[in-house]
Design a protein around this ligand. Structure first.
Ligand code: CDP
Ligand code: MG
Length: 679
C-alpha cells in the first residue's frame, strides 16, 4: 500500500479521486518543465489563466522538489510559502490543498492571516496573506525559514505585494539559496519581467472556451436590479449552466440573493460569497448544486481571479467594484464603489469559459466599455495613504525611500503626507528636510498589525489609565460589524437591542459596552442571539484583544483601568482615543447640522448608524465613508480644548492653516488663557 509521506498514513480514497482531477489541470502538463526552470533560476515568473491550477498545484510541485533535494534535513528549513492578497483565498486554498495532500489543515499544510495562525511545527507548506509575509520580514529580515516563496496574484498589485517585490529583491541578493516564483493571471507580465530582469517567463496555456460578450443597449439605472433581472432571464431562456454575478459588497450581495430567491424560489441554489462570510459558508461555492438545480453564485471581486468556481457558464458583470481611492490633497483614503477596468472586465468574462463555451452579460454599453473604463486598474500603492507603508519600510530597514525599488513609485506628495503624519504621531523624529528616524514610539507602532493611529492610541492608553478599555475598543474596531440588522419585522427589534448598548458620548463607547456585556455574559451565544449581536464577530474581537494584549506586554505597557465610578473614567478613554485619532476630528459648522473635518475642511455628515441623538460640537471619528454623501462613521464626542493638550504638535495655532476650525480653536485658547489653568 502506498503511504502518505507527509504523515505516514495510508491514503484515503478521496485522495485518489482528487488526484485524477489535479492531473487534468493545465499546469500538470508542464510540471517537469516548471521544475527544471526553477532548478536553473533563482526567480521564475509564471503566467497562466485563472483556474489553470497555479495556486493549488505549483506550491505542491515546489514542495516535492525541495523535499527530494533536502531529504533528511530539518523539515523547518523546507518551508514553502505562498502569498495571497486576500485572507479568504489564503484560508480556502490552504484547506483545499490540505485535502489534496490528504493531511489535516494546520499540520503539514497551514495558513497565516492577520490575527489567525493555523500552522504548526510540522508545517511544510504555508499559505499566507502578502501582508503577513511583510510582517514576518520585520522579525526575520532574510526570511530564513523559507526555502521557496511563491508570490501569487502578482497582477493584482496590492500594496503589500508591491512592497514584497522590493524587499525580496534585496533578500534574494543576500540569500542565493532562496528561490522565488512570481505568479500572475494576466499576460501583462512585461513590467514584472523588466523588474526581475533575467528571470525566465513560463506560460501555461489556458483552456479557455470562447465567451460571447453581450452588452446592454442603454446604460442601466440600477445595476443591482438589472443584475437580478439578468439572472432571471438567463435561468428562463438559457440552457443549463451555473451563473456567477459580480457585485460590490456584503449588503448588496445579500439583497440580490434575497431578490433572486424571491423570483425563482427553489428552482435555483443561490450562494453568496464575500470576505466576512463564515468560512464554512464560503466553502459552499464549491459544492455542486443539489438536484440538478442551477447554481447562482453572487460574489465580490474574490471570484474574479482568487477563487475559481467550476461549472460557471454565465457571468453577469455590472462593471463595478469597491475600490480604495486616495485623495492626496485631503489625505483621505476611502473605499468607494467605482467602475472596474477593461482588464478586470476581461477577467470576469473569462470565468464563463472554463468548462465550455459561455456568455458574459455586461450591464453597460459597448461604448462605455471602450470609452469610460480605464485599461488597467491602478496599482494600490498609487491609491493609498502611505503612513503605514513608510512605517513598515522603516522597520524593515529601508530608511531611504528614494532608493527603494518600487515597481511603480508613489507620488512624492503622497510620501510627503505620510512622513508628516508619522512625525505628528511621534513615530518619526522631525529632521528638517531629511527622512526622520523611527522613534521608540514608532518602533512599537510598527509592531502592531494595525493602522498607525490605532497603534498610537494603544501605546499611550496606559498614560490615560485606560488601556483595558482601549484594548477592547481597538479589538471591536478591528473585526466586522457586530450588530446584526435583519430585514423586515425583526429590524425594529434589532435596532432597539442596539440602542440599549448606546452610550451618550458616542459609538466607540457603545462598542465598549457591547464588549463588556458580552464578557459579563461569558460569551454566551444565546445572549448574542437575543441581542442581535454577531457571536462570530465577538469571538474574533476576543481573539484580537488577546493578541494585542500580548504585544502590549512585550513592550511592558501597563494593562490598567480607572475607577469605573470616577468622573474621569470615560473622559480618560475619550482622551486616549483622541491621542491616536487626533487627525480624524470634525467640528460642527455654523449651520449646526454638518461637520467640517479639522485638518482639511471637508464637509461631512454623521453616518446614519451613529448612536448619538444630538450633534456635539467636536467629534473624533474612525472612518471617512464616501457614498452619495460624505459620512463619518463610528463617532465619539470630544472636547475641543483636549486637542491642544493631546496633540499640540498638530493643533498648534501657529502652524494651523486659516479656516473655520482655526478660528474656533483660537477662541478656545483665549478662553483657556483667561481662565488660567483649566483641566
Ligand atoms: O490559481 P489558479 O487560478 O490557476 O487555479 P487554482 O486556484 O489552483 O484552481 C485549480 C482548480 O482547483 C480549479 O478547478 C478549482 O475549482 C479547484 N479548487 C477547488 O475545487 N476548491 C478550492 N477550494 C480551490 C480550488
Ligand atoms: Mg490562483
Amino acid at each position: 500500500m502506498e503511504m502518505n509521506k507527509w504523515n505516514g498514513k495510508a491514503y484515503t480514497r478521496s485522495y485518489y479521486e482528487i488526484l485524477e482531477k489535479r492531473r487534468s489541470l493545465p499546469v500538470y502538463a508542464q510540471k517537469q518543465e516548471f521544475l527544471q526552470c526553477l532548478m536553473s533560476n533563482q526567480t521564475v515568473i509564471l503566467v497562466g489563466e485563472t483556474g489553470s491550477g497555479k495556486t493549488t498545484q505549483i506550491p505542491q510541485f515546489v514542495l516535492e522538489a525541495v523535499h527530494v533535494d533536502d531529504a533528511g534535513k530539518n523539515p523547518r528549513k523546507w518551508l514553502v510559502g505562498c502569498t495571497q492578497p486576500r485572507r479568504v483565498a489564503a484560508m480556502s486554498v490552504a484547506s483545499r490543498v490540505a485535502e489534496e495532500m490528504d493531511v489535516a489543515i494546520g499540520e503539514e499544510v497551514g495558513y497565516t492571516v492577520r490575527f489567525e495562525d493555523c500552522t504548526s511545527s510540522k508545517t511544510v507548506l504555508k499559505y499566507l496573506t502578502d501582508g503577513m509575509l511583510l510582517r514576518e520580514a520585520m522579525t526575520d529580515p532574510l526570511l530564513q525559514r523559507y526555502k521557496v516563496l511563491v508570490l501569487d496574484e502578482a497582477h493584482e498589485r496590492t500594496l503589500a505585494t508591491d512592497l514584497l517585490f522590493g524587499i525580496l529583491k534585496r533578500v534574494l541578493r543576500n540569500r542565493p539559496d532562496l528561490k522565488l516564483v512570481v505568479m500572475s493571471a494576466t499576460l501583462e507580465a512585461e513590467k514584472c519581467l523588466e523588474y526581475f530582469s533575467g528571470a525566465p517567463l513560463m506560460k501555461v496555456p489556458g483552456r479557455l472556451h470562447p465567451v460571447e460578450i453581450l452588452y446592454t443597449r442603454e446604460p442601466e439605472r440600477d445595476y443591482l436590479d438589472a443584475a437580478v433581472r439578468t439572472v432571471v432571464q438567463i435561468h428562463m431562456f438559457e440552457p443549463p449552466g451555473d451563473v456567477l454575478v459580480f457585485l460590490t459588497g456584503e449588503e448588496e450581495i445579500e439583497e440580490a440573493c434575497r431578490k433572486i430567491v424571491g423570483e425563482l424560489g427553489d428552482q435555483v441554489n443561490v450562494v453568496p460569497l464575500y470576505s466576512s462570510l463564515p468560512p464554512a459558508m464560503q466553502q459552499k461555492i464549491f459544492d455542486p448544486a443539489t438536484g440538478n438545480r442551477r447554481k447562482i453564485v453572487v460574489s465580490t471581486n474574490i471570484a474574479e481571479t482568487s477563487l475559481t468556481i467550476d461549472g460557471v457558464v454565465y457571468v453577469v458583470d455590472p462593471g463595478f467594484a469597491k475600490q480604495k481611492l486616495y485623495n492626496p490633497k485631503t489625505r483621505v483614503e476611502s473605499l468607494l464603489v467605482s467602475p472596474i477596468s477593461q482588464a478586470s472586465a476581461r477577467q470576469r468574462a473569462g470565468r464563463a469559459g472554463r468548462t465550455r463555451p459561455g456568455k458574459c452579460f455586461r450591464l453597460y454599453t459597448e461604448k462605455s466599455f471602450n470609452n469610460d473604463l480605464i485599461a488597467q486598474t491602478h496599482p494600490e500603492i498609487l491609491r493609498s495613504n502611505l503612513a503605514n507603508t513608510v512605517l513598515t519600510l522603516n522597520k524593515l530597514g529601508v530608511d531611504n525611500l528614494v532608493s527603494f525599488e518600487f515597481m511603480d513609485s508613489p507620488a512624492p506628495v503622497t510620501l510627503g503626507g505620510a512622513l508628516s503624519d508619522l512625525v505628528d504621531l511621534g513615530a518619526l523624529d522631525a529632521d528638517e528636510g531629511k527622512f526622520g528616524n523611527l522613534t521608540r514610539t514608532g518602533e512599537m507602532m510598527s509592531e502592531f498589525p494595525l493602522d498607525p493611529q490605532m497603534a498610537k492610541m494603544l501605546i499611550v492608553s496606559p498614560k490615560f489609565n485606560c488601556s483595558n478599555e482601549i484594548l477592547s475598543i481597538s479589538a471591536m474596531l478591528s473585526v466586522p460589524n457586530c450588530f446584526i440588522r435583519p430585514r423586515g419585522e425583526a429590524r425594529k427589534e434589532a435596532d432597539e437591542a442596539r440602542a440599549r448598548f448606546g452610550h451618550v458620548d458616542g459609538d466607540h463607547l457603545t462598542l465598549l459596552n457591547v464588549y463588556n456585556a458580552y464578557k459579563q455574559n461569558n460569551g454566551d451565544s444565546n445572549w448574542c442571539y437575543e441581542n442581535f449581536i454577531s457571536h462570530r464577530a465577538m469571538k474574533s474581537a476576543e481573539n484580537v484583544r488577546e493578541q494585542l494584549v500580548r504585544i502590549m506586554s512585550r513592550f511592558n505597557l501597563k494593562i490598567c483601568s480607572s475607577d469605573y465610578t470616577s468622573r474621569d473614567y470615560y473622559n480618560n478613554i475619550r482622551k486616549a482615543l483622541l491621542a491616536g485619532y487626533f487627525m480624524q476630528v470634525a467640528h460642527l459648522d455654523r449651520t449646526g447640522c454638518r461637520y467640517l473635518t479639522a485638518k482639511d475642511d471637508q464637509m461631512v455628515h454623521l453616518h446614519p448608524s451613529c448612536c448619538l441623538d444630538y450633534k456635539p460640537e467636536w467629534v473624533v471619528y474612525n472612518e471617512y465613508v464616501l457614498t452619495s454623501r460624505n459620512f463619518i462613521r463610528t463617532v465619539t464626542y470630544i472636547r475641543g480644548e483636549w486637542l491642544m493638550d493631546v496633540a499640540p504638535q498638530c493643533y498648534h495655532l501657529n502652524n494651523f492653516k486659516n479656516c473655520e476650525t482655526k478660528r474656533v480653536l483660537q477662541k478656545l485658547s483665549k478662553k483657556r488663557d483667561r481662565e488660567g489653568n483649566p483641566k
